[in-house]
Design a binder for this molecule. Structure first.
Ligand code: ZN
Length: 342
């Protein structure tokens, strides 16, 4: 049903190398020079594997090759091939598929769509009245026996909280499988910390962590002197569309799947931003237990800490919480789906 990114890398490489060899078999210099020139003009294989173009928001229900209802939220070209980012409205799981793999001919009735956990969460958490700070989901919508760990990676020149992440991988439930956590990723942090990102990806491929990726804007604007009304994404001159979409492209280009979630920088937004988030199919993720601010988590809480080295007091509290042994972490989607759903 789904293709893990990046797809088709090996094929591209093989095709190019056999083309490049052909001139020597023919024994003619001119075609050889010509083909070498063409080869040099082609994007390098490592760049081609990661190149996403034409990234466009859509919102369209269809059925995948197994007949499962999916909602396509982005259309894009990867290595020149049309693909879709889709959300399973029952589980909130995202995937990328070839455009041809989604059948739009048999649309689901609007009433059925509206009743799915994804649409219910989207409508509920983007509805007015709008809060300037912390609008959106701050706590599980359903009773759950556990907590949701959300870790913000705002741009930072500091090394990330390796000890903290390592501790999460070793939480007791790790024996039953990877430990679920959500990471709110800013595009800038991702671009400037490739080794640390690789380490996080390693934890996933080794089965130690199951990470839900939350979009945390591209540049994460911030002015320490500006009032909230004109700060973060409300800072005058902010390119909203770029801030809301570019990080998804970066995640996909790095082989990671963005979830249908957004965390506002500083948790600050206005009605215009929240309505745009709704159109883009993104659920705003707030928090009711920002540990560094002294908030205490209860069952179903969205715990917020910074994993980028910028807020050591929060990390210290999280480590103490883990040491108490009472923290059972859950995948973020479970805040919006029935507890038994995967
Ligand atoms: Zn942030």
């Amino acid at each position: 049903m789904t293709d893990r990114l990046p797809a088709g890398v090996t094929q591209g490489k093989q095709g190019q190398s056999s083309d490049a060899k052909r001139p020597f078999i023919l024994g003619s210099t001119l075609p050889a020079l010509l083909l070498t020139a063409i080869f040099l003009l082609l994007p390098a294989p490592w760049a081609a594997a990661d190149t996403i173009t034409g990234y466009t928001p859509i919102f369209r229900a269809g059925h995948d090759t197994t007949g499962t209802l999916q909602i396509a939220i982005r259309r894009f070209q990867q290595n020149g091939l049309p693909r879709l980012l889709i959300v399973n409205p029952a589980t909130l799981a995202t995937a990328t598929v070839k455009e041809s793999e989604l059948n739009f001919d048999r649309p689901a009735p609007q009433a059925n769509l509206k009743a799915t956990p994804y649409l219910r969460a989207l409508d509920r958490h983007t509805a007015p009245p709008y809060r300037l700070q912390n609008h959106g989901a701050r706590h599980a919508d359903l009773p759950v026996e556990g907590f949701f760990l959300t870790v913000d990676m705002c741009p930072s020149g500091r090394p990330f909280e390796r000890e903290f992440f390592t501790t999460v991988t070793r939480l007791p439930q790790g024996k039953e499988g990877p430990v679920p956590m959500a990471i709110s990723m800013s595009g800038r942090w991702l671009q400037q910390h490739s080794k640390e990102l690789a380490w996080l990806k390693e934890q996933v491929s080794a089965g130690r962590l199951a990470i839900t990726w939350i979009n945390h804007s591209l540049t994460h604007p911030y002015d320490p002197k500006a009032p909230l009304e004109h700060n973060f994404l409300l800072k005058p001159g902010t390119d909203i569309e770029r801030e809301l979409l570019a990080t998804e492209v970066l995640l996909l280009e790095n082989g990671l799947l963005p979830g249908p979630y957004f965390r506002f920088p500083g948790l600050v937004a206005d009605g215009r931003l929240i309505r745009r988030l709704r159109e883009l199919g993104l659920i705003p993720i707030g928090a009711d237990a920002w540990l560094a601010k002294g908030e205490t988590p209860g069952k179903g809480s969205f715990i917020l800490v910074h994993g980028n080295g910028n807020e050591p007091p929060g990390i210290k509290k999280a480590l103490a919480l883990f040491a108490s042994g009472h923290i059972h972490l859950l995948p973020l989607a479970w805040a919006f789906t029935a507890p038994a759903s995967p």
